[in-house]
Every structure is written in C-alpha cells, then in structure tokens.
Design a protein around this ligand. Structure first.
Ligand code: ADP
Ligand code: MG
Length: 468
C-alpha cells in the first residue's frame, strides 16, 4: 500500500522534496485501516504534518478507504533507546508528546567531515560558536548612535532568553557595528555561562548549509543542530530575501527555539518593516522582540573608536591626524578603521612619521573628496544631457528657445555652485559679458518662482550635481 501511496505522492511534488521527505520513510505495518510509517525524527514528523498533511491524507484514503488512517513512529535520535511513540493523523500537529524524546546527538561544526552537523560518540554536547574573540562589549565604544542597541544587547547577554528582547534585532547600515555587537552578546554569554550552546551564523552560510543538507540528505541533522542551540545569532537576515524554502526551515527552527525560551539575535540592514522579500509570517516573528538601530557615530564617538583601536594595536598618532581622519570619514566605522590601518601601513613602508600633512597626502584616495569643486564644464554637460541639447550649441549665438534655456540654467548653476566670477562665467559660455549672466540668473529665478515644471527641472539637475 505504501508503495502505491508513494507513487501518487511522487507525481505530485518536486523530486527533490520527495527524496528529502518521503524516501527516508519506512512503512512498518498495516493493521485494519491503520498504516504505520516510521519517520527519522520528531522534526520530520512536524514537517510532514505542516507541509504534506493534505496530500498524505488524500493518498491514504484513496488506498484504504474512508477509514484509512496514518500513524507515525518517530525514531528518537539516541541510538541506545529507540523508544518510538505514535501519533494519529489527522492530528493537531503540535507533537508536544514527543518533546522530551527529541534528544539531539552531540554536535560540532566541522567542515572536514561529510556531515558537519553530527560527530557521533562525543559525550557532552559541544559546539564551536564561531565567534570572533575581539568582538566584545569592552571593545565596542558606546555613543548616542548605539546606546539603545548596546544596552539591549547587554541585557540579553546577561539573561539570554530571559528578557522580552526575543528576538533581538539589530539593524543599521554597512560597517556600523552590527556583526560586532551581535557577536559581543555571544562572547559575553560564553564567558559567564560556558555551557550554553551558542552559534553565530551568517544568513548566507545558513542558506548554503540548508541547500547542502538537502543534497546530502542530512536535513534532519541540520535542523536538529540548530534546534539544540541555546542562542542563535543570525547575521544579515535581509539575505533571506527570495529564499522561500530556507525561510521556511528557519521559521520552523525559530518557533521551536522561541517556544523553549531560547534566545534569537538577528541583524539586518533595514528595520523589519522595510525588509522586502521575506515571508510575512517570518517578518511578524522578527517584530516580536526588540528592534534597535545602529546609526552613524558622531565625531566624538569616531575619535573614541580610533583611539581605542590605536591603544589595542599599541600605536600612537598625533591628535590632529586622528581628528582629520575622524572628520573626513564620517559614515562607516569599517572605513574609519581601514583608513587608519592604511596610514600605518604606508608610514611603516616609507619609514616616515605621520603628521597631518602626510596624512592628508596619504588619505587622498581614501577620502571621497566631498569638497571637490564642481566645474562649469560639468554643469554644462549635465544640463545639456538633461535637456538633450548638443553641448556645443550652448556656447553658440543661437536664440533657439531650448538652447537659451539650457544656457541660462547653466549660468545660474555656475553662479550658485562654483566660485567663478560673473565675468568668467560669461566668458566661458560663448564670450558673453557679465550683464548677460546677471540677466540669465534673474530669468531663472523668476521662472523658478512662477513655473512649477521649470522649478522641478532645475531641482532635478541640482540633485544630480550634488550626487556627483
Ligand atoms: P556591520 O556588521 O554593521 O557591517 P561590523 O560589525 O563588521 O559592521 O563593524 C565594522 C568594524 O567597525 C568592525 O571592525 C567593528 O569592530 C568596528 N566597530 C563598529 N562599531 C564600533 C564601535 N561602536 N566601537 C568599536 N568598534 C566598532
Ligand atoms: Mg556585518
């Protein structure tokens, strides 16, 4: 009977899913109208119930009649005591009876063995948390930009799973310390509660592991591994976007852990409400706990971060150099540190002491020159591109309406965005005199005041100018 059922199922779901979820099933017995099948774990059972209950029910009824029922025999994951338990279909699918029987194998992450999630034969459960030891709270400088996130993180580190910050979601732009802070929580827990099972994993790696485990038929171990953790730190969850199957599995793991009072820590580049491409039910979980943001550090904090870093590396830089770096790299802590490292490297190579002049010289390429002068050539090019007029025409004598307009706007922008004199502007745009420039600026200003469309044009071009 089971063979016949499988045939139907096979025709109704993708081959990969069939291989993963149905091939490992062993039919045990058929008594009256009850078919008993053995599944490899509680998680397997839950998954089947969640995803295939309708299909299973239909198929079984087709072969056994309306009285047909399916019972599960769940293998407990401890080879010595294979105490199966049964449950009926249809069931509520909560599988609560089986909870204390789902004993995971001792696990460690090890890339060299075929299945990284299981190392048989270890007595005590041990997991390498995959944390960078430098990412601690001590090394994480506090500032207005991170105060809430940092203190929430600290609270979670002291009482994982025991605060209302579950999950704790840390969000913010690139290089602002999300990974550092999230790992600091893990390091703190490991320091004070070494027996807690902590795992740090990037969302990307998790997705890859999931795909691999499907391929290697180790999905069961994969899920057991994560469900055995006390704390999961998942980095960059925005990378879940579009990966529905992995989201599905993570949703499952998330629920399991959350229900058992285990801690989840997530990071993301956006607040949960703005995360696109994530399933609604997963997003709603992400919103359960606390979302705290990391923003761009102010000058004082940037200085403190640089000083701390220098202190750690045992180096010294003159104060005006630190100030210069902190002043000019103001939106990314990683780049801030990078600039300093690059300074030091170059000074070692050249065997020169770093002073302000040298720092300026060395960081020329590093600092995206924000104060770079906008040239009249550039303005002319932008304006002509915008209105789709040939560039040489602007300097010509033509009185064609759209050319005149492009010329006047170019003059206006040259006056407001460069330090060029009216005389030089006039000379540049076809050898006109300064009164022509004044007249052009006046005309443009009047039009901005009276013509909405015109105002929008000028505004648009100004935006492009500023972006460059
Ligand atoms: P993200 O994950 O947000 O992209 P990271 O956590 O990788 O950023 O941080 C980038 C670098 O900046 C790391 O070296 C980190 O140690 C450092 N950093 C960020 N914020 C701070 C801070 N408040 N104090 C000290 N170092 C910081
Ligand atoms: Mg990061």
């Amino acid at each position: 009977v089971w063979e016949n059922c499988l045939q139907i199922i096979k025709d109704n779901i993708p081959t990969q899913s069939f291989k993963t979820w149905f091939e490992p099933i062993i039919p045990l017995r058929l008594e009256e109208s009850v078919l008993t099948i053995q599944v490899p774990s509680l998680f397997f059972y839950e998954w089947l119930e969640e995803h295939y209950v309708g299909l299973l029910r239909k198929t079984v009824k087709k072969h056994l009649g309306d009285k047909g029922r399916l019972e599960y025999n769940i293998v407990v994951e401890k080879s010595s005591s294979q105490k199966p338990f049964t449950t009926n279909l249809p069931s509520s699918g909560n599988g609560a009876e089986g909870k204390n029987q789902s004993i995971p194998m001792p696990i460690a992450l090890n890339k060299d063995i075929k299945n990284p999630f299981v190392i048989p034969g270890l007595k005590k459960l041990q997991v390498d948390p995959q944390l960078n030891p430098n990412y601690t709270f001590e090394n994480f400088i506090e500032g207005d930009c991170n105060r809430l996130a940092r203190s929430a993180g600290y609270a979670v580190g002291a009482k994982p799973g025991g605060t209302s910050f579950n999950p704790l979601m840390i969000y913010g732009g690139v290089g602002l310390g999300k990974t550092h802070l999230a790992q600091a929580i893990g390091n703190e827990v490991k320091k004070t509660m070494p027996d807690k099972l902590v795992i740090y994993v990037s969302c990307e790696k998790f997705c890859q592991q999931f795909v691999d485990s499907l391929k290697n038929n180790t999905i069961n171990d994969f899920v057991n591994f994560y469900q055995a953790m006390d704390i999961i730190i998942m980095d960059d969850v925005h990378n879940f976007a579009g990966k529905d199957k992995t989201q599905d599995i993570f949703f499952h793991i998330f629920n399991h852990l959350h229900q058992s009072g285990k801690q989840l820590i997530l990071t993301s580049d956006k607040p949960p409400k703005d995360l696109a491409g994530l399933e609604e039910r997963l997003l709603s979980r992400f919103k359960w706990g606390l979302s705290a943001d990391l923003s761009v550090p102010d000058m004082e904090t940037r200085m403190a971060i640089l000083k701390k870093k220098m202190y750690q590396d045992g180096i010294e830089l003159p104060n005006d150099v630190i100030e210069y770096v902190a002043n000019n790299i103001d939106n990314n802590v990683r780049e801030l540190e990078g600039a300093m490292v690059s300074l030091l490297a170059q000074s070692t190579l050249n065997k020169k002491e770093i002073d302000l002049a040298l720092a300026k010289q060395m960081l020329k390429n590093f600092i995206k020159n924000t104060s770079k002068e906008i040239s009249m050539e550039y303005i002319q090019k932008l304006v002509c591109e915008y209105f789709e007029v040939p560039i040489e025409m602007v300097k010509s004598k033509t009185r064609k309406r759209e050319i005149v307009q492009a010329r006047q706007i170019s003059m206006y922008l040259s006056k407001s965005h460069t330090k060029t004199s009216l005389k030089s502007i006039g000379a540049f745009f076809g050898g006109r005199d300064h009164s022509t420039v004044i007249y052009a600026c006046q005309t443009v200003e009047d039009l901005i005041d009276t013509d909405k469309k015109f105002k929008a044009y000028v505004h648009d071009i100004q935006k492009k100018l500023k972006m460059s």
